[in-house]
Design a protein around this ligand. Structure first.
Ligand code: CA
Length: 232
């Protein structure tokens, strides 16, 4: 598989590492957006929707693991963590906080490029397998272009909202548990995170112009989960 050029968000406060990484990634044909702080990174993730994030854990403003969790709450973007922490417990914590992969510092540019390519291969393969278009009622979802329209009007969804909506639209008429959404869409299975799902569902409802009390597409099945329904 040939890799498309990727937009890579590099979150790193060390100028020397940043300069070396920008050079290596640019030489490999990627577009790099370097930022030095987690707060900036969160803004770029939501606004520019990068294809991949490389996240240094030792940042000046927010602890890297917290930054990762915040990123995960708004985006499904693949994240490779760069860390000096090497203990198994640290690595497990990172992966359960939503990292797709990690590299331990110091690392070579060849090493990080191989990791990047592996992660991109997984995400691009998932995109390539997606159907061309899913239609439910007036809702039209294009998984490859990651576009959604309702009654012909484009909807602006976050990456995560898009993933949830697509997952449900591929399973119209099936009740999907919050646990399944967490595992399949969030790639997480942490107990107590189910409320995150409710928050995203309520944001989605707002964008679809409906409410929990008067649902059209997204029906909550109390105590079980949520089901997409064709309103026609
Ligand atoms: Ca650092």
């Amino acid at each position: 598989m040939v890799f498309a050029m990727a937009l890579i968000l590099l979150v790193e406060d060390d100028r020397n590492i940043t300069a070396a990484m920008v050079r290596a990634l640019t030489d490999a044909g990627h577009v790099v957006r370097p930022v030095g702080q987690a707060t900036e990174a969160l803004k770029v993730v939501t606004e520019d929707q990068p294809d991949l994030v490389i996240l240094d854990l030792g940042l000046p403003d927010i602890d890297g693991t917290d930054a990762l969790r915040m990123m995960r709450s708004v985006s499904a973007v693949p994240v490779i963590v760069a860390t000096a922490r090497r203990s198994e417990a640290d690595i497990i914590a990172l992966l359960s906080a939503g990292a797709d992969d990690y590299v331990t510092k110091p690392f070579s540019s060849g090493h990080i490029l191989a990791r990047i390519n592996a992660v991109l291969r997984r995400t691009q393969a998932a995109v390539a397998q997606a159907p061309t278009v899913i239609i439910v009622g007036d809702l039209e979802i294009n998984p490859r272009q990651r576009r959604v329209a309702l009654g012909g009007q484009a909807l602006q969804l976050t990456r995560r909202e898009f993933d949830v909506l697509t997952y449900l639209a591929e399973r119209v008429g099936q009740v999907i548990s919050r646990r399944e959404l967490l595992t399949e869409v969030w790639n997480q299975s942490r107990i107590g995170e189910e409320q995150t799902i409710d928050v995203h569902i309520s944001w989605l409802r707002r964008k679809l112009g409906e409410t929990a009390a008067a649902p059209r597409y997204l029906h909550t099945v109390r105590g079980v989960g949520v089901m997409m329904v064709d309103p026609r």
